[in-house]
Design a protein around this ligand. Structure first.
Ligand code: MG
Length: 336
């Protein structure tokens, strides 16, 4: 590529044109993005999706993922996944699929890196705990969108493109992402967490490879890496054959069976649950504490809110942003 004689502005335009010429018909094209809530001047070098990926990485919420639980709370050992390493694994899987299908890799990466920004301390135990006490409930994907839309940059959010925002909300379960890239992240999230949670469970010694349902491992493989490889190739092959982002029904069935197995034998296993039991009500107790002592929330946190913001929502945002270790220290300090 010859850049002599081009201005910086041409670099983004060349990239946008390359997308138009080289990406598949299914791919989202940055030139036709539905745009941002607050219009901004374009970057001369990066497309809007590249820029969003960078915004997510440079956010404080992204850095805090390092100290948030994936499946095992405060595990004994440094090799267990955290919410950050889960996010990176989802991003790697989603980018492999995206590149193979000639989708927009920058958009895929932006969505994947942002998809769990709203995760609260203690993973699903924390989500369940907060969900039962906050009026209107608590769902992490909605919180992720609140973080990117509202809570950053003095209340204006990260001002991400509509495609990235929408798919951060819809990556979960029944959500229907608006682009092929969003769908890829949705599938990659499941491929990543089912398999790496098995890997972490093996590490705890509470699970053995031979305990896994035989029909699943016969199809998907007998090692974590083999299963991820199988599923990634399955999504690529099925999507090429059917012209839409899909996993084959046989692979999907096996993956869901493994997921069900993990729920029954690990996530709700009495031994694992009892180890996590002490954390079960930390967040709700902290919630009630701030409900009574609203003035204890730091002033520099409150300045992003307008007068109409509900007190419950502010407390919820504050708690959701905390890391596991911050909660443990706070809980001890407040003697709850
Ligand atoms: Mg996830």
């Amino acid at each position: 590529m010859q850049f002599e004689g081009y201005g910086l502005m041409d670099i983004r335009i060349i990239t946008e044109e390359r997308e138009l010429n080289q990406l598949s018909a299914m791919a989202a094209k940055s030139r036709f993005s539905l745009g941002r809530v607050y219009p901004e001047e374009e970057c001369p070098v990066r497309t809007c999706f590249q820029r969003d990926r960078d915004r997510v990485i440079h956010s404080k919420a992204f850095r805090r993922l390092m100290y948030k639980t994936q499946a095992f709370i405060y595990p004994e050992g440094d090799h267990f996944r955290t919410r950050l390493t889960h996010t990176l694994e989802v991003s790697q899987i989603a980018r492999t699929i995206s590149r193979a299908l000639q989708l927009n890799e920058d958009l895929t990466e932006a969505i994947a890196l942002g998809h769990d920004l709203g995760h609260i301390p203690f993973g699903h135990i924390g989500e369940h705990d907060l969900n039962r006490v906050v009026p209107g409930g608590f769902r992490h994907n909605e919180q992720s969108v609140r973080i990117v839309e509202r809570l950053k940059k003095n209340g204006r959010g990260l001002n991400l493109a509509a495609e990235v925002r929408d798919e951060i909300l819809n990556h979960r379960g029944a959500g229907k992402p608006m682009t092929a890239e969003g769908k890829v992240v949705q599938l990659s999230d499941k491929i990543a967490y089912v398999n790496h949670d098995i890997d972490d469970a093996l590490r705890t010694g509470k699970l053995k490879e031979e305990d896994l349902p035989k029909d699943c491992t016969a199809l998907l493989g007998h090692k974590v890496t083999a299963r991820i490889d199988f599923l990634v190739k399955d999504v690529i092959k099925t999507s090429l054959e059917e012209g839409k982002i899909k996993m084959s029904s046989a692979a999907k069935e096996a993956l869901y069976e493994l997921r069900g197995f993990m729920f029954k034998n690990i996530y709700t296993n009495p031994e694992v649950v009892s180890e996590h039991k002490s954390f079960e009500t930390y967040l709700s107790r902290i919630y009630f504490y701030y409900d009574k002592n609203f003035g204890s929330i730091p002033q520099d946190y409150l300045h992003i809110y307008g007068e109409n913001e509900l007190k419950e929502r502010i407390i919820c945002d504050y708690i959701a942003g905390m890391t596991d270790r911050f909660v443990v220290k706070l809980y001890e300090k407040l003697r709850l």
